[in-house]
Ligand binder design. Structure first.
Ligand SMILES: Cc1cc2nc3c(=O)[nH]c(=O)nc-3n(C[C@H](O)[C@H](O)[C@H](O)COP(=O)(O)OP(=O)(O)OC[C@H]3O[C@@H](n4cnc5c(N)ncnc54)[C@H](O)[C@@H]3O)c2cc1C
Length: 353
């Protein structure tokens, strides 16, 4: 492993100053970053350990009814927070469908948002990868690419973003709070991750030194709690990243959809908000025909990037299924196999009430 400096700042301001130089990286639980460093994929000059910063490990109910989650809250603690799970059940279900129990106990909110792609060519330093080394080429393009992107990809990069958590977050208009060299700012989660275009090495809107301090869910997102689901298709039932996933949220009034939210995972370099699919669901009855139309619109621009044409059909079916489940009503308990299309509501592991 390449040599690096290690610093453990005591305050957010010290952390931002310590990470402002090129080559620095924040270290949270390290469940992604340390693996990448051991493999020579990430080669930071300095690690800025943020795990001891005060106040970033809180889950707070805000006066406006929304919730603010500190960047150091663990994925497990957030999913098992009763108030959070009741208000945002699909987010809790997505968290519980990710990784293994041990990893979820360690992994943090900030680290989950910024985890790197699972493209095998990115991980293999003997392969060409424009994301790992700008301008080197992309071996995934003509390689083993059944799990790669079908939306928003470019000839320079067909990698996908792997986070489950981000998918319902982007559907629910989550906001990211960032502390940077010029102070505090916030952006929509939808603007945090970038599509590859000609610069796939630039994965997010963050600048050097930018620290994610919290994620906020707006009060309006709670309005979907009765009709919201996250569904994830994975290659094996135990821990595995999504081949395709979908978050579907509906607000149903007088038998019609007043508002719909739809987002996809495993299909693009960012959590994919499917606004075209949402548009056709406004003010219509929640029927399978309407859901099929929404899925067709959501995937109208999808193109296979290699061996993965099956993902377009899979995404279409997962959208229809997620919307149908959301319309039927959110289960009171999170199923024993969270987010799995094969889960039943019996054997639940975690009550929302
Ligand atoms: C075997 C395995 C299976 C997994 N399966 C899944 C899965 O099914 N679904 C899923 O979603 N994830 C899965 N994961 C990924 C896991 O969720 C991530 O490794 C984890 O969320 C990263 O969090 P962390 O705190 O360890 O981040 P770290 O590894 O410490 O950091 C990750 C990145 O985020 C940056 N960073 C961390 N915190 C901040 C911050 N506050 N501000 C700015 N930058 C920051 C770091 O510099 C680094 O670049 C899996 C991981 C493993 C090892």
């Amino acid at each position: 492993m390449k040599q690096f400096d290690y610093v453990r700042p005591a305050t957010v301001a010290e952390a931002v100053a310590a990470a402002a130089q090129p080559g620095a990286a924040y270290l949270a639980a390290g469940t992604n970053l340390l693996d990448l460093m051991k493999g020579g994929v990430s080669r930071p000059d300095r690690l800025v350990d943020v795990t001891h910063l005060d106040g970033l490990d809180r889950i707070e109910r805000l006066a406006d009814g929304g919730m603010r989650i500190g960047a150091l809250v663990s994925n497990a603690n957030l999913a098992h927070d009763a108030d959070f799970a009741k208000s945002y059940p699909a987010v809790a279900e997505a968290l519980l469908s990710g990784a293994s129990a041990q990893l979820r106990n360690a992994a943090t909110v900030g680290g989950n948002l910024l985890q790197r792609t699972r493209c095998a060519y990115f991980y293999d330093t003997a392969s060409r990868c424009n994301k790992r080394e700008a301008g080197s080429g992309c071996d995934a393009r003509d390689g083993e690419n059944r799990t790669h992107a079908v939306l928003g990809w470019s000839e320079n990069c067909i990698a996908t973003h792997p986070s489950d958590f981000c998918v319902p977050l982007v559907a629910l208009d989550a906001i990211v709070e960032i502390e940077g060299r010029s102070g505090r700012r916030e952006i929509a989660l939808d603007e945090l991750h970038r599509l590859p275009g000609d610069t796939p090495e630039r994965e997010s809107a963050l600048e050097p030194g930018d620290l994610i301090v919290a994620v906020r869910l707006p009060p309006a997102a709670r309005g979907f709690a009765a009709h919201v689901r996250y569904l994830k298709v994975r290659d094996r039932t135990s821990y595995a990243f999504a081949v395709v996933s979908a978050a579907a949220a509906l607000r149903i009034e007088n038998g019609k959809i007043a508002e719909a939210r739809l987002a996809l995972g495993g299909v693009a370099a960012k959590p994919w908000r499917a606004r075209a699919g949402e548009d056709v669901l406004r003010n219509v009855a929640p029927t399978v025909d309407a859901f099929q139309e929404a899925a067709s619109r959501a995937l109208a621009d999808a193109k296979p990037s290699g061996d993965n044409a099956f993902k377009i059909e899979l995404a279409r079916r997962i959208i229809v299924r997620a919307l149908s489940l959301a319309a039927a009503g959110t289960p009171v308990r999170i199923p024993a196999l969270p987010a799995s299309p094969f889960a039943s509501t019996s054997g639940a592991i975690h009550a929302r009430t």
